[in-house]
Each structure stands twice: as C-alpha cells, then as structure tokens.
Design a protein around this ligand. Sequence first.
Ligand SMILES: [Ca+2]
Ligand SMILES: [Ca+2]
Length: 153
Amino acid sequence: MDELDKTQLQLLKNAFDAFDHEKKGIISTDMIGTILEMLGHELDEATLKEIVDEVDQDGSGELEFAEFCQLAAKFLTEEEEDDEAMIKELKEAFRLYDKEGNGYITTDVLKEIFRELDNTITADDLDNMIEEIDSDGSGTVDFDEFLEVMTGE
Ligand SMILES: [Ca+2]
Ligand SMILES: [Ca+2]
C-alpha cells in the first residue's frame, strides 16, 4: 500500500476529528458509508461491509485513526489509478481523432466532436470554447490542451 504524505495525513486527521464527535479517538464503522459517500463513492451494502471488515482489522466495530488511514489510502490510491486509466482512455480517444497521427487535432475537428456530444450548442458557444481550449491560438489542439478540456485541469 502506498504511504500517505504529510499533507494527506493532516487532512485525514481533520476529517477523522470531525467524525469523532466524542473525541474518543475512534469512529464507528456505521459512519464509513456516510464518509465514503461524501468522498463521492457510493457503495452497496455488501461492498461496504467487505471494506469495513477489511479495514477494521481488530474487529472492534470502530475505526481507530490508523485503520481510518488505511481506508483512506485505499481510496486515495485507487483514485490515482482511475486517473491513469482515464488518461489512457483519453489518449486513445485523441488518437482516434488525430487520424493522421500529427499529434494534434484541428479546432475544426474538435468543433465537430462537441457538436456530436451536444447538438444544441451554438456556433458562438463553440467559438468561445475553442478559443479557451486552444490557449496558444495555433488553430490546433495538442494532447495537453485536449486533456485540459476533458479533465478540467
Ligand atoms: Ca478497529
Ligand atoms: Ca494549440
């Protein structure tokens, strides 16, 4: 398992304290579902139980901070993998549009893609979007620019 860095640990400590209402140094495993939901992971009961059983290593029905960190590490590292998978997928999508393998797609092609995704989009909106995406104004969108659009980063 990947180690969490200091910043992550501090964030986790804050989150842990927030859920540890009675300041006992433990949070009930009943809270795990809620916490994960807040983090954007909605899990069905069976999956949730599996995860709780896995992290609550001493079977106390409560999570000590160390166990809580394990839970977090599980999700934080999984998210990283998701990112990698997403970038790979986007790369494939990009290659699909970059038919000639130039390493870029023209803004005309990108306009077509956006129209396919949303046929209510106006020409003005499209122009504005393209202007924002093609940040160096080259008339082409390279993978970095494409990635920025898709990930919003
Ligand atoms: Ca425990
Ligand atoms: Ca460009």
